[in-house]
Design a protein around this ligand. Structure first.
Ligand code: OGA
Ligand code: NI
Length: 279
C-alpha cells in the first residue's frame, strides 16, 4: 500500500533545495564522495555505489548516500561538509519530513482504532529512527539490461519519498509494475515492513523497484522512519485477541542485520521469513 501526497505542508523550496544540493554532492570528485564509503551499517554516513556493497550479485545502477538523522544533533556533525550548504539544507529537510511522518502516524493509529493515550507504539515512534537515503541513478547506456534498484519493500514503518522530475519509480499493483508520475513537490508514501508487522497485516508493505534510462540522471530522497533501532517490532497487542492471532514473529534490528549478512534484501523475503504460519 502506498499513496502520493501533495498538500503536505512542506514549502516547495525545502524539497527543491534538497534535490539540488544532493545533485551537487554526487557531482563532487570521487575522492570527496568516497570518504564516506564504509560497509559499517551503523556508520552515521554511508556512501556507496550499489544496493548491498558486500553481497551484490545483481549490479545496480545507483549511487547512494545514507544519513542517520535522529537525534539530529548527534549525527549532523558527521554529515558531509561539502557542498557547503549541504548540512543546513539537509537538516531542514530531515526535520520537516519528520513532522510529516508524525502527522501520518496519527492518521494511521486512528485508522487502526488504537489512538488512545496508552499507545506505547506511538510514543516509541515519536523518538524513532530516521534515515535519509539519497539515491542517484546516472544515465545508463543499456537501461533494459539493469535496474536502479531491484524489487524490494522498505525496512521500516513508513518511507517518505521525494523524486526529482525524472520518472523511474515503479510500484507493483495488482501484479503489474506501475510507474509513479513524478509530480513536483509531491511525496510518495510507502508502507514498510514494520507497519505491516505492527498492524498485523492490515497494512501491507509496498513492493517497488527503480528503472533507469539512457539520457537523464535521476535523484530521489527517501526518508525512512520507524521505531528506535533497539525496539522489538511486533503486532500491536491492541489488535490481538482470541479471534486475531499474531501473524508475525517479534522482530528486532539484530535479526534483520543477521538476515542481510548472508543475502540481499529483495522482494518481501525478509518479511516472509518473519511470518507465522498458523495451522
Ligand atoms: C529506496 C527506494 C526509490 C527511488 O530508497 O528504498 O525504493 O525512486 N527508492 O529511488
Ligand atoms: Ni525502497
Amino acid at each position: 500500500m502506498g499513496m502520493q501526497v501533495v498538500n503536505h505542508g512542506m514549502e516547495g523550496d525545502v524539497s527543491r533545495n534538497m534535490i539540488e544540493v544532493c545533485k551537487k554532492f554526487f557531482e563532487l570528485p570521487y575522492e570527496e564522495r568516497s570518504k564516506y564509503m564504509t560497509s559499517d551499517m551503523s556508520a552515521p554516513v554511508r556512501y556507496g555505489t550499489s544496493f548491498n556493497q558486500n553481497k551484490d550479485n545483481v549490479f545496480c545502477w545507483r549511487d547512494f548516500l545514507k544519513l542517520y538523522a535522529h537525534p539530529l544533533p548527534d549525527y549532523l556533525p558527521y554529515w558531509p561538509s561539502s557542498p557547503s550548504d549541504f548540512r543546513s539544507l539537509a537538516a531542514t529537510y530531515a526535520t520537516e519530513t519528520r513532522e510529516m511522518f508524525e502527522m501520518m502516524v496519527k492518521a494511521i493509529m486512528e485508522s487502526l482504532e488504537i489512538d488512545g493515550d496508552d499507545n506505547e507504539a506511538a510514543k516509541e515512534l515519536k523518538e524513532g529512527s530516521q534515515m535519509v537515503v539519497v539515491n542517484c541513478y546516472p544515465p545508463c547506456p543499456e537501461p533494459e539490461l539493469t535496474l536502479g534498484m531491484p524489487p524490494h519493500s522498505d525496512y521500516g514503518f513508513l518511507t517518505l519519498l521525494l523524486q526529482d522530475d525524472v520518472e523511474g519509480l515503479q510500484i507493483l499493483y495488482r501484479d503489474e509494475w506501475v510507474t509513479i508520475d513524478p509530480i513536483p513537490g509531491s511525496f510518495v508514501i510507502n508502507v514498510g515492513d514494520h507497519l505491516e508487522i505492527f498492524s498485523n497485516g492490515r497494512y501491507k508493505s509496498v513492493l517497488h523497484r527503480v528503472l533507469v534510462n539512457s539520457t537523464k540522471p535521476r535523484i530521489s530522497v527517501a526518508s525512512l522512519h520507524s521505531f528506535p533501532l533497539t525496539s522489538v517490532v511486533k503486532p500491536s497487542p491492541k489488535l490481538i485477541d482470541e479471534h486475531n492471532q499474531p501473524q508475525y514473529m517479534d522482530t528486532d534490528f539484530a535479526t534483520f542485520l543477521q538476515y542481510i549478512s548472508t543475502r540481499e534484501p529483495k522482494w518481501k523475503n525478509f518479511l516472509e521469513s518473519r511470518k507465522i504460519h498458523h495451522l
